[in-house]
Design a protein around this ligand. Structure first.
Ligand code: FNR
Length: 365
């Protein structure tokens, strides 16, 4: 399986938004890879809900406001950022571009945008961090703590600024679109940071592959507290949709929580992530920063998420479309485009700073 067409050397002038990158990527990627990238879990109810619920929010503009000298700056976990967009962890990036994560890392360095490297990356943490951008590392808790600890030490030594522990996918979702398309990782594509996979022990008659195998090795809350204690890096807990879980993550020592449904890829029927955000923001009441993803396609979507309580947003599929189409250049162009869209939305909404967005008039249907 190959990605189909080679990435373009320059950005075509008719690519002016994330959606334009999507249309190009749909033509350029192998249909099986596209099914893996685009698809959600089950009937994709949650996948659709993510974008629909963002679209349904309305922005009431504020005219004649003085926003001269405004900006999109923020401080997150002690880091000064020039805008609130972060590249979400997306595994197996060599499926989408020959340079994989290195191309995303180059864009992150040029744009000074944090790049959360996936635990399932096809490049090493060290090589990605070596590109010079602000890098975070996303961890899936490994069955053996020693393996998780080894990843943490490597992320620290490589200069990663934060850890993101993903808790919403202890087992894979029901990914029917990718199954129907016949998606499988190409031979030789391995997770560059993980020990080689070993075959799981055979099930005894009557045993469940879910409860007697996969979920036996799944992490629990004690593991989150352990992870927080095992590193000097801030730990964000990714994949929270319930206010009680958000509060529990903060109690366990998390530096922040990430409201996300994994881009609709794990539990179909979960709410749109944006629908879950207000209750979580109310529960945390500024006790810890909130990151948000799942469905962000425009600067105005980031505005809406910030209005409903997020401090920053991550983008997943959109930068992978840009990566597939035009590599590092495409990812950098997409980040700049989203930032400009956010600035224009802020100006038209009468907001000088991200803090002003919380007071803005975003209406829920
Ligand atoms: C993901 N996501 C993900 N999350 C994670 O914590 N570790 C991972 O390895 C991956 N891998 C991955 C692969 C692909 C192809 C996709 C599309 C997504 C989820 C990702 O971090 C993020 O939560 C969603 O992509 C956000 O939704 P949008 O922006 O794609 O709508």
């Amino acid at each position: 399986m190959t990605r189909a067409a080679a990435p373009l050397p320059a950005i075509p002038p008719d690519i002016v938004s994330a959606g334009d990158y999507e249309r190009y990527a749909e033509k350029m990627l192998d249909p099986r890879i596209l099914a893996y990238l685009a698809g959600g879990a089950g009937d994709e109810i949650t996948l659709r809900a993510n974008t629909q619920a963002l679209e349904a929010l309305t922005l009431i503009p504020r005219v004649l406001a003085d926003v001269a000298g405004g900006h999109t700056r923020l401080t997150l976990a002690g880091e000064a950022l020039s805008h609130p967009f972060i590249l979400a962890p997306v595994g197996w990036q060599k499926l989408f571009h020959p340079q994989g994560e290195l191309a995303s890392a180059q864009a992150s360095a040029v744009m000074q945008t944090p790049f959360a490297v996936s635990c399932m990356a096809t490049e090493t943490i060290e090589a990605v961090a070596g590109q010079g951008g602000p890098v975070w590392f996303q961890i899936y808790m490994q069955p053996a703590r020693a393996d998780t600890e080894a990843l943490v030490r490597r992320a620290e030594a490589a200069g990663c600024r934060a850890l993101l522990v993903t808790v919403d996918a202890p087992i894979g979702g029901i990914r029917n679109r990718a199954q129907r398309a016949g998606f499988a990782l190409p031979p030789g594509m391995v997770a560059a940071n993980l020990p080689p996979e070993t075959a799981p022990p055979a099930l005894k008659p009557g045993e469940s592959a879910v409860f007697d195998a996969m979920m036996r090795a799944a992490p629990g809350w004690a593991d989150i507290a352990w992870l927080v204690g095992a590193t000097r890096l801030p730990v964000f807990v990714k994949g929270i949709l319930h206010p009680d879980d958000a509060a529990r993550a903060v109690d366990a020592g998390a530096a922040g929580v990430m409201v996300s449904n994994h881009g609709g890829r794990v539990l179909d029927g979960a709410p749109a992530a944006i629908a879950a955000l207000p209750a979580i923001a109310a529960r945390l009441n500024e006790a810890a920063p909130i990151l948000f993803d799942s469905g962000v396609r425009r600067g105005s979507d980031a505005f809406k998420a910030i209005a409903l309580g997020a401090d920053a947003v991550m983008i997943g599929r959109p930068y992978i479309w840009a990566l597939s189409v035009a590599g590092a250049l495409g990812v950098a162009h997409l980040i700049r485009t989203l930032r400009e869209e956010l600035e224009i939305t802020m100006a038209l909404m009468g907001c000088r700073t991200l803090a002003d967005i919380r007071q803005s008039d975003v209406r829920r249907p």
